[in-house]
Write a protein that binds this ligand. Structure first.
Ligand SMILES: Nc1ncnc2c1ncn2[C@@H]1O[C@H](COP(=O)(O)OP(=O)(O)OP(=O)(O)O)[C@@H](O)[C@H]1O
Ligand SMILES: [Mg+2]
Length: 367
């Protein structure tokens, strides 16, 4: 999958941008505050409906305007699919794909699978299980077409069960009905995640050896409950406790991807540099597995590459991206540092873009 055209209007400081990116590497450089991250943000908006910086939509709209638009042409399996999104300050949003309105951002997500590497990526190690669940579910969502519906059904059951738990008079019969349904969906979610994670772990372990010299990295998938027990009976047993807490404490909504080094959480033992490399390896491994399982490719957005990785590891990351053949958008302040990262791959098609005060210009690549 590649983005063949990108049009952005009134998003943050970007006024009106219209570019034809390279299907391989796009290097975006410019001073601090020029609008580089905003361009990546716009691509992310096109892929998943929202920014990677904030869940709020309003801050994305240019202060002088009352809506923003991002439009792109996605090339996939020989066809070109137009996708677009418009968000108004009053909260209205319009999503379009292939000439028709689509109901939600989730419906757009399958057109443009995106991986982001930026300073927030560390949250994978330091953040709450929710961050890692989202990381796992990105892969499951993109490779298992049935997953999203089951996930939505489980969320619905969970909401009903939680509201029932909070009622003064809880109807035991009603609770048993929701438990039964929730157990069924949770087991399905677990099955989807387990299959995907098994494939992900294989790829990750083989990549990691090449990338970082850290011994004893171990990934474990935790399904959200004691797997030696039947989830339906766990739910029944924990009803009283859940009632006191006012919510369902155990289940697939508590799943996690545990990342440890010699038995300790990675965030507690690895240096900052090692953590950076590890999260890059996790992100790259996902792209690999996604390609292997779907024969499609995701797009990588890498914000401020020089700030995130030293020279040696930039080469390594670049080699990986290259071997995957993904379309990549990379930002940085200095043009030359970005170009140099691809020095060892002279055959790659690189397009250079200079951003200045919200305007973009394609620059002749003189490497
Ligand atoms: N809603 C908005 N309307 C107008 N300008 C905005 C809005 N939100 C943010 N900005 C401004 O847009 C500019 C571009 O921000 P962006 O984060 O894209 O810069 P950048 O090139 O990535 O900078 P850096 O190198 O520091 O990361 C900033 O000056 C920011 O203050
Ligand atoms: Mg930035």
């Amino acid at each position: 999958m590649t983005l063949k055209r990108l049009f952005i209007q009134h998003l943050r400081n970007l006024d009106s941008i219209d570019i034809s990116p390279s299907e391989q590497v796009n290097l975006i450089f410019g001073e601090n505050g020029s609008g580089k991250t905003s361009i990546l943000e716009a691509i992310n908006v096109l892929g998943v409906g929202r920014s990677f910086r904030s869940h709020k939509h309003k801050p994305l709209i240019n202060h002088q305007q009352d809506s923003f638009t991002v439009f792109g042409k996605v090339s996939a399996e020989g066809t070109e699919i137009p996708v677009g999104i418009n968000r108004q300050a009053n909260g209205t949003a319009t999503f379009k794909a292939n000439g028709a309105l689509v109901p939600s951002a989730a419906a757009l997500a399958s057109y443009l699978p995106i991986q982001v590497i930026n300073s927030d990526t560390f949250q994978l190690l330091e953040g709450s299980p929710k961050v890692r669940r989202q990381f796992m579910d990105w892969l499951v969502f993109h490779v298992e077409p049935g997953f999203f519906q089951v996930w939505k059904d489980a969320q619905r059951c969970l909401k009903h069960r939680n509201s029932l738990l909070r009622r003064d008079r809880m109807d035991r019969f009603e609770l048993a009905t929701w438990d039964k349904e929730l157990a069924q969906y949770s087991e399905q979610i677990h099955a989807y995640r387990q299959v995907c994670m098994t494939k992900f772990f294989e790829t990750f372990y083989s990549l990691i050896q090449e990338f970082i010299a850290i011994e004893g990295i171990e990934l474990t998938y935790y399904c959200g409950w004691d797997q030696n027990k039947d989830y339906a009976s766990i739910l029944a047993d924990s009803a009283e406790k859940d009632r006191r807490q006012g919510f369902t404490q155990i289940g697939s909504h508590r799943a996690d991807l545990r990342i440890a080094v010699k038995g300790f959480p990675a965030a507690e033992v690895l240096s900052r540099g090692q953590q950076k490399l590890l999260v890059c390896a996790l992100k790259i491994a996902q792209g690999y597995v996604f390609s292997r399982l779907t024969e499609r490719r995701c797009i990588y957005l890498i914000d401020d590459l020089p700030a995130e990785l030293d020279e040696q590891h930039r080469y390594l990351l670049v080699r990986w991206l290259d071997s995957m053949g993904t379309q990549t958008f990379v930002t940085g302040v200095e043009q030359q540092i970005l170009i140099d990262a691809w020095r060892q791959l002279p055959g790659t098609e690189i397009k250079l873009f200079h951003v200045e005060q919200g305007k973009i210009q394609a620059v002749i690549n003189s490497r």
